[in-house]
Design a protein. Sequence first.
Length: 248
Amino acid sequence: MIRFTTRLACWAVAWWLASTLLLVSTVNVRAEEPRTPAHTLTASTGAPAGPFFPIVASLPRPAAKPPLPFAGPLVGPLIKRVPMSDLDRRTTAFFPTQADLARLTPIEPPAETRWIRVDLSEQLAVVYENRRPLRGFVISSGLPGTPTVEGEFRIRTKVRVQTLSGGSGEDAYSVPNVEWIQYFYSDYGFHNTYWHSDFGKPMSRGCINMTTADAKWLFDWAGPTWDGRTNWFSSTKANPGTLVIVHE
């Protein structure tokens, strides 16, 4: 989507300066219709067609919270080092050490073969397989005014690519081409993030922000197992979603 930032007058014609630095005559510009608040899906990157339904936060949302004290997560060596400017390959993934795990809030491990924990106080997500911490990620959770929901959930829907939009007035937003989304409660989920690199501190409107590579790895690892084609893919009894525990 091209955005027009500045209106100019030149050669007796009105022009718009586009975000691509091109000048476009106003006669060739059509205003986009206002978007409906709440996360909604719009066409994006040639993704497979399907029944696109809005994700609406009809379930209870957590109340605003005071900011968490921020000191930056302390983690073991990263699995690989990629510049943060490389949006597709950058990663915060690390192999959790005992020292890493000791800093997490103690919780009772569930009787699950695979599960994911999100520690909001440490801004870390850790995936477990056969009771073993398999991989950790530095994430960004919800800001104090839009905190991430806490509790035990299961991944219910996977979305390959979606435009996230919502809010109203000055709080309105529309973010195209958000990839590797995994919803676990209402419109809360894991997804890739290309618009910031501040992983390790709260930055989102409630979702779990990850790098593109990390979000894809988690998408491929967690249930339900994706069929590789369907843009909106839901869990079933035969193909259940992975357990997600979110806590401070």
